[in-house]
Write a protein that binds this ligand. Structure first.
Ligand code: IMP
Ligand code: MG
Length: 174
């Protein structure tokens, strides 16, 4: 690990503020929080425990897998019935908005069935964007570094860290 980028306490304080904003924005809506597995689990859990149950919202998981082809990566949504969110005000909860490919892949079918769709991301790396997409709720905007912890992984490791750390370049560059 190169070092800590965002401490656990800073993450918790920021999520508490985001939760207040979301609760205010959704007070007259039929909120369905759609949690993108696996990275968004800690972020969503913290959001959930700060919600004070003022909103009787629903939540559920969605998983996107990517297949590395010879030229490009193909994204596929696993085991999700888009009818489940028909008429709901969907808030897509994701760990990090990077190239934007994952969120744009999910937004299109969701917008067809849901009554409204917004996105909440813990981290945003705008420098890496390939798709013209921005999140509605952003925890922290960070530079183009590879981070792990608080749900985010490197080869499925380090998700359990309470803080967000920067991974040494030597771990992924040869
Ligand atoms: P996008 O489709 O490129 O926007 O990327 C979305 C996914 O890439 C995220 O949900 C993460 O799983 C992964 N990702 C992007 N940047 C990082 C990082 O710095 N650390 C860990 N995972 C990342
Ligand atoms: Mg992810």
């Amino acid at each position: 690990m190169e070092g800590i980028l965002i401490s656990h306490i800073t993450i918790q304080e920021r999520i508490r503020a985001m939760c207040g904003q979301i609760a205010e924005d959704y007070k007259d809506k039929d909120l369905y929080a759609l949690v993108v597995l696996k990275g968004a689990i800690p972020f969503f859990t913290e959001l959930l425990f700060n919600s004070n149950m003022t909103l009787p919202f629903e939540y559920g998981p969605i998983k996107v897998s990517s297949y590395e082809g010879t030229k490009s990566k193909t994204l596929r949504v696993e085991q999700f019935d888009f009818n489940d969110v028909t008429g709901k005000d969907v808030l897509l909860v994701e760990d990090i908005l990077d190239t934007g490919n994952t969120l744009s892949h999910l937004l299109q079918p969701l917008q067809q069935s849901a009554s409204s769709v917004r996105t909440a991301v813990l981290l945003d790396k705008p420098e890496r964007r390939e798709k013209p997409i921005n999140a509605d709720y952003i925890g922290f905007t960070i530079p183009n570094v590879f981070v792990v912890g608080y749900g985010m992984d490197f080869n499925n490791r380090f998700r359990y860290l309470q803080h967000i750390g920067v991974l040494k370049k030597s771990m992924y560059e040869k």
